[in-house]
Design a protein around this ligand. Structure first.
Ligand SMILES: [Zn+2]
Length: 316
C-alpha cells in the first residue's frame, strides 16, 4: 500500500501533460490508419442474432504474413510471444472491432478518451505499450480490448456514464484484460483446440497471402461474440479498480457502473452483447465488493466530474 501511495503521489504531482500530448499525437495516426482500414472494408453485418455489434465479414485488414507463422505463433506458450508479436495480433483483432462498427467521427471525443486512457495506462505495469483508445459509433453498450493495448468503447456506453470516474473504471477494466493477456490466451486456446486448423481446411481462395489476417479475423470474431472466461472478467474488475484508483478516480466508479447495469432490464438490446459475454452482474458485484471490502475507502468520495460537462468541455 505504501508503494501504491508513493506512485500515486508521484504520478499526480507530475501531471504528465507532455507525455499525454505526445501519446495523443501518436494515437491519432494509429486511429487514422484504423479508420482508413475500415473505409476500405465496409463489412456486411453477419447474422449473429440480435447482438448490439456483429463481428462478420471484414476481410483483409492488414499486412498478411503467412499462415504458417500464425499457426506457429499461437502454438507457442504465452511467454514466447514477444511484445511486438502481441501488438501485431492486437492490431488485427482491433480491425475486427473497427470492421464491425466504424469509429465515431468526432475527433475531439476520440482525443479526450485517448487522453483519459493514456493517463490510466501509466498506472498499469505495462505503460510502454502503444495504448490506443477508440470510440465506436454505436448506440449499444459495449467495451472491448485487444492485445497490445487496443481499447474500444461504444458511444452508447459513454452516453450512459454519469461521471468521469465511471468511464475511467470501464477503460481500466479493459486495460486489465490487456495487462493480463486474457484475449491472447483465449485465442491461443481456440487455435490450439483446432479452430484454426478447421478454418485453414475450409479456406477457399486467397491463397496463403492474407491468411494470417483472415485467420485472426475468424478467431477474433469468435472470441468477441463468445467472451472471455468468467475468472478473467472477475480479475479485470478487481485489477481495473486499482488502476482507476491509482489514476486518482473514485474506486467506487466500477461499482456504480455495475449497479447501473444491474438495474437495466436483461432484455435491453443495447446491453445484449455485454450481458451475454460477461458473468452475471450480481456475481460481479458480489465478487468485487468482497475483494474491495473497505480497503479503498480512503480514496473514495472524490469530487464528482459529471460526464456531460466533461464532454462538453472536451469537445467544444
Ligand atoms: Zn471484461
Amino acid at each position: 500500500m505504501k508503494k501504491f501511495l508513493a506512485t500515486l503521489t508521484l504520478l499526480l504531482a507530475c501531471g504528465c501533460t507532455q507525455a499525454q500530448d505526445d501519446a495523443a499525437k501518436a494515437i491519432g495516426g494509429l486511429l487514422q490508419g484504423l479508420m482508413r482500414g475500415n473505409q476500405n472494408n465496409n463489412a456486411p453485418a453477419s447474422p449473429q442474432g440480435g447482438l448490439g455489434l456483429s463481428f462478420g465479414g471484414n476481410k483483409g485488414s492488414g499486412n498478411a504474413v503467412n499462415v504458417g507463422e500464425l499457426a506457429g505463433l499461437l502454438s507457442q506458450s504465452i511467454e514466447q510471444i514477444d511484445e511486438p508479436k502481441e501488438i501485431q495480433i492486437g492490431r488485427h483483432l482491433a480491425a475486427v472491432l473497427v470492421g464491425a462498427k466504424p469509429l465515431h467521427p468526432n475527433a475531439a471525443l476520440q482525443r479526450y478518451v485517448n487522453r483519459l486512457g493514456r493517463w490510466i495506462s501509466l498506472q498499469t505495469p505495462r505503460p510502454q505499450l502503444p495504448w490506443t483508445f477508440g470510440v465506436l459509433d454505436d448506440e449499444g453498450y459495449n467495451a472491448f480490448a485487444a492485445p497490445g493495448g487496443y481499447i474500444f468503447v461504444t458511444k452508447g456506453l459513454i452516453d450512459r456514464m454519469a461521471d468521469e470516474a465511471d468511464l475511467a473504471s470501464v477503460l481500466a477494466h479493459e486495460m486489465a484484460h490487456v495487462v493480463g493477456k486474457h484475449h491472447l490466451k483465449a485465442i491461443q486456446k481456440s487455435a490450439q483446440s483446432g479452430l484454426l486448423t478447421r478454418a485453414l481446411a475450409t479456406q477457399v481462395g486467397g491463397g496463403v497471402g492474407g491468411a494470417l489476417s483472415e485467420q485472426l479475423l475468424l478467431l477474433g470474431r469468435d472470441l468477441y461474440s463468445r467472451g472471455l472466461d468468467q475468472s478473467d472478467e472477475f480479475e479485470a474488475d478487481r485489477i481495473g479498480v486499482t488502476y482507476a484508483t491509482a489514476a486518482g478516480y473514485d474506486p467506487y466508479g466500477l461499482l456504480a457502473v455495475l449497479q447501473q447495469m444491474a438495474a437495466t432490464p436483461g432484455d435491453n438490446p443495447a446491453y445484449a452483447l455485454t450481458f451475454s459475454t460477461h458473468p452475471s452482474t450480481t456475481a460481479r458485484l458480489d465478487q468485487l465488493e468482497q475483494a474491495m471490502g473497505q480497503r479503498l475507502d480512503a480514496y473514495a468520495n472524490k469530487p464528482r466530474i459529471p460526464m456531460a460537462a466533461r464532454l462538453a468541455q472536451a469537445t467544444r
